[in-house]
Write a protein that binds this ligand. Structure first.
Ligand code: NOJ
Length: 567
């Protein structure tokens, strides 16, 4: 199997996240699958993406939508087979699209054979040493080994039951109780994951997105820890900043004995060397919710990973000075270690940015929004801002991540019925947090087809809203001004003008609500305010390359971004 070659392609790549259960469903059971992805690759090629990243499709009981893996080297039958994966990869490569798969090394599913063996083998066994089993505190071990809380809510420890029915040891799970944490100080765990990496590299994948890449090593002695603020869904503790300014991003995870421990970096150095054995420039991308960016940059030092998701950027409000500050901070932090920055606005864990950017009340990351959430977004405002924010993001130098459906302008689904919700966060908080289902609803392809063309049967694992026809791909393709056309034209022009590379120089003096820069011959101007901005003569009348909204050549409307040729 061949991999497209081009040195360090990832430095400026646009990578499209596929959430397999919600992308395209070839067998009509209501859950997306690998043949579905293959059948829709052409549309991604037309969109102009460089790579796809697939959220997990490996064997899993699906307690956390596949982030609970029971067999790292096989495809779950609900998604297809290994042959389907090979076909999809070959087809993607034939379309010049690279393939990145999700690797979940912090924890497995409790259905993984190693965990089942550990339960059976009992305390002190080599099998238990693959995971974090500990005796409980208290007279009869009835108290958890420490006070750590699960990211999804509730305690991070669950007590086991011995084969004779008596209460046994406890095991650690930073996420759901069905996701026991591996013990990464154990060489057998390291060896197992090396084999997993090789398994997928041998099948031709171009890289891995590494789940919870800041969590695999825990501080010696597992000391008690109380986080300073409310924990987000992904282990971040930063609330979605609606307040301007990024000074609030202190090193809030610095003290957590389970996030960002120095030892994780040895693992990535090892993986870096392993990837280097393969031809074709393979990559590792860290899902590491650590602040500040100077700390996150450690994950992408020259001998570690290639990319890290820029979550501080994602969490920045639609506000000019805050955006400029986080862009400066990102470029400085990543370039200090020779890595490109990445940019991302949406993924399967956060409220879609077409809704998030119009929220008027604070919404901690991972909590999601539902019918009773305060500060409900106005849909038109959200879409206008999302288009402007995406046009800004796609003009920035570095790698960019797009989450399926954002190219259609999809909003968060706020009014999912309670009994449809499936996120463990919803269950573990007794419905106090809505969780992440609202951004995971199957995407619309055809305005007038069952399930909007997600499949041919009309089934959908999460119900699709009745008013999604205008968002469908076929309602937008070739339609001037549609969000889909905005994205495909942004991707084409980004490549044409080399915007993914190069460097930016700020343009000052356009007012507090404007963020503007030049990269080579192109000037990018975003008005994040609510009133028109008059462009100065030096910019007015310049050739328009791209516009996220109405623009008459000199007056830049509220929530609008334009790209102009100025040299
Ligand atoms: C981060 C993933 O993106 C999220 O969906 C998952 O629930 C957690 N890690 C746990 O694996």
């Amino acid at each position: 199997m061949t991999t497209p070659t081009s040195p360090e392609w990832w430095r400026s790549a646009v990578i499209y996240q596929i959430y397999p259960r919600s992308f395209a469903d070839a067998n009509g059971d209501g859950l997306g699958d690998l043949p579905g992805i293959t059948s829709r690759l052409e549309s991604l090629s037309e969109l102009g993406v460089d790579a796809i990243w697939l959220s997990p499709f490996m064997t899993s009981p699906q307690k956390d939508a596949g982030y609970d893996v029971a067999d790292y080297c096989d495809v779950d039958p609900i998604f297809g087979t290994l042959d389907d994966f090979d076909t999809m990869t070959a087809q993607a490569h034939a379309n010049n699209i690279r393939v990145i798969v999700d690797l979940v090394p912090n924890h497995s599913s409790d259905a993984h054979s190693w965990f089942q063996a550990a339960l059976a083998a009992g305390p002190g066994s080599a099998e238990r040493a693959h995971y974090m089993f500990r005796d409980g505190n208290g007279e009869n071990g009835e108290l958890p080994p420490n006070n750590w809380q699960s990211v999804f809510g509730g305690p991070a420890w669950t007590r086991t039951t011995n084969p004779d029915g008596t209460a046994g040891q406890w095991y650690l799970h930073l996420f759901d109780s069905s996701q026991p944490d591996f013990d990464w100080t154990n060489d057998e765990v390291r060896a197992m994951f090396r084999d997993v990496l090789r398994f997928w590299l041998d099948r031709g994948v171009d890289g891995f997105r590494v789940d919870v890449a800041h969590g695999m090593i825990k501080a010696d002695g597992l000391p008690d820890y109380t986080p300073p603020a409310e924990g987000g869904s992904m282990g971040g503790t930063t609330p979605l900043g609606l307040e301007p300014g990024i000074d609030d991003f202190e090193d809030i995870d610095g003290g957590a004995p389970y996030w960002g421990q120095e030892g994780v970096h040895d693992i990535y150095r090892d993986w870096h060397r392993l990837l280097e054995e393969y031809e074709g420039d393979r990559v590792l991308c860290a899902e590491a919710w650590v602040d500040p960016l100077s700390k996150m940059a450690k994950w992408v030092r020259p001998d570690e990973m290639q990319q890290a998701f820029n979550f501080p950027y994602l969490e920045t409000p639609w506000q000019a000075s805050a955006l400029r500050a986080v862009i400066d901070e990102s470029l400085e932090a990543f370039s200090a270690v020779g890595a490109p920055s990445t940019w991302v606005l949406s993924n399967h864990d956060v409220v879609r940015h077409a809704s998030r950017l119009a929220l008027t009340a604070e919404n901690p990351q991972g909590h999601g929004i539902g019918p009773k959430s305060p500060g409900q977004p106005i849909r038109e405002v959200g879409l206008q801002r999302a288009r402007a924010a995406s046009a800004l993001m796609l003009a920035l130098p570095g790698g960019a991540y797009i989450y399926q459906g954002e190219e259609l302008g999809l909003p968060e689904v706020i009014d999912l019925p309670d009994d449809a919700r499936q996120d463990p966060t919803w269950f573990r908080t007794n419905g106090e947090r809505y969780g992440r289902d609202g951004c995971r609803v199957p995407i619309p392809w055809e305005a007038n087809a069952p399930a909007y063309g997600f499949n041919t049967t009309g089934a959908a694992w999460l119900p699709q809203p009745d008013d999604w026809a205008p968002y469908a791909r076929d309602a937008q393709v070739g339609v001037d001004g549609s969000t889909l056309e905005l994205y495909s034209s942004a991707l084409r022009k980004r490549r044409e003008h080399g915007l993914g590379l190069g460097s930016i120089e700020w343009i000052d003096g356009l007012g507090d609500d404007v963020i503007a820069f030049t990269n080579g011959a192109v000037s990018v101007i975003a008005n994040a305010g609510s009133t028109d901005v008059q462009l100065p003569d030096s910019l007015a009348g310049a050739e328009l390359i791209l516009s996220s909204g109405a623009f008459d050549g000199s007056t830049l409307g509220a929530d609008t971004t334009v790209w102009l040729r100025t040299a």
